[in-house]
Design a protein around this ligand. Structure first.
Ligand SMILES: [Zn+2]
Ligand SMILES: [Zn+2]
Length: 308
């Protein structure tokens, strides 16, 4: 599992940062990519990666500000000519997204040659997406803005073959059947499979925020608890906490202080304002722990499967 930043800037693009788009690469797990937000130029950014548009089957939009969605119509149109024919796509996003896309495609006489399904998101909903569970949380921004929490399913533990042999089941195809069943019978006795498996391997958890103020609510923090990767906005990098609050954005140290009460493996700050040049950012980076990163375009983060 890998997280790729396609755009790390806030509001308007700069020469070094495009506006907001990310890829959660779950090719190894389920042979596809999740696209999170689709800023202007997202399809051009994708051309610089190994991502195949036809393998994007789920798009998650955090909110309807232009720096997060203006690339969506272009991406949808091009996908039709990039191997996406007949491959269904689901788009998750706040109310209004479906109408906007529909009108844009209609006005430009664009027709998609694959089915598109829209899921209108609301607060605290859980979706089942290709075996993953995806939670939504309504954040605190000028318009409805959501966090998506991607939870990978846990992996079954290893089969204890010695234990199976001890009850008289010899190695063979039945081992696979036993592993994938809840219970099994042998010589008239029913066994619980769990007793023959080692502890399950927990799935990974990736929490991606849309634009937001800092939120201190307990239900929000407990949803984030145990994340392998948290992606959070940091429109303000330098102690302008009041200003950040006033404009419904966040300041980096304020976020870190808020998260000091929870356990997580890594945090990535993005949505970087073009008021900061790369020298400013380098200096700020030097003051941060090794589990804190500041995004740049095309940054790739590998998310290993290790429990906290
Ligand atoms: Zn934004
Ligand atoms: Zn916004």
């Amino acid at each position: 599992m890998k997280f790729t930043v396609l755009g790390s800037g806030a509001g308007i693009p700069s020469r070094t940062r495009n506006t907001q788009s990310y890829i959660l690469d779950v090719v190894e797990e389920i042979n596809q990519y999740f696209l999170i937000d689709a800023s202007e130029g997202v399809q051009h950014r994708i051309l610089h990666t190994t991502v195949r548009p036809s393998k994007i089957k789920h798009i998650f939009i955090t909110h309807l500000h232009g720096d997060h969605i203006y690339g969506l119509p272009g991406f949808l149109s091009s996908r039709a000519h990039q191997g996406g024919e007949d491959i269904p796509l689901t788009i998750y996003g706040p109310p209004g997204l479906k109408e906007w896309i529909g009108l844009t495609l209609k006005t430009s006489h664009s027709q998609l040659n694959y089915p598109v399904h829209y899921e209108e998101v609301s607060h605290n909903v859980q979706y089942e997406v290709e075996g993953f569970t995806v939670d939504t949380y309504l954040l605190d921004h000028t318009i409805d803005s959501y966090m998506y929490v991607f939870n990978e399913p846990e992996k079954l533990g290893k089969l204890n073959t010695d234990k199976l042999k001890a009850i008289g089941i010899q190695p063979g195809p039945s081992y696979k059947e036993i592993k994938n069943s809840g219970t099994f019978s042998h010589e008239g006795v029913t066994y619980d499979t769990k007793a023959f498996l080692s502890d399950p391997v927990p799935g990974r958890k990736v929490s991606v925020h849309g634009d937001t103020r800092v939120i201190t609510k307990p239900d929000y923090l407990s949803l984030l608890e145990g994340s392998d990767l948290i992606v959070h906005e940091a429109t303000y990098l330098e102690r302008e906490i009041e200003k950040a609050h006033m404009y419904f954005h966040s300041e980096i140290h304020n976020v870190l202080q808020n998260f000091s009460q929870i356990d997580y493996r890594k945090i990535l700050f993005s949505h970087i304002s073009n008021r900061y040049d790369e020298d400013d950012i380098r200096l700020i980076k030097e003051t941060l722990d090794e589990h804190v990163s500041i995004a740049h375009d095309y940054l790739e983060i590998t998310i290993p499967r290790i429990s906290l």
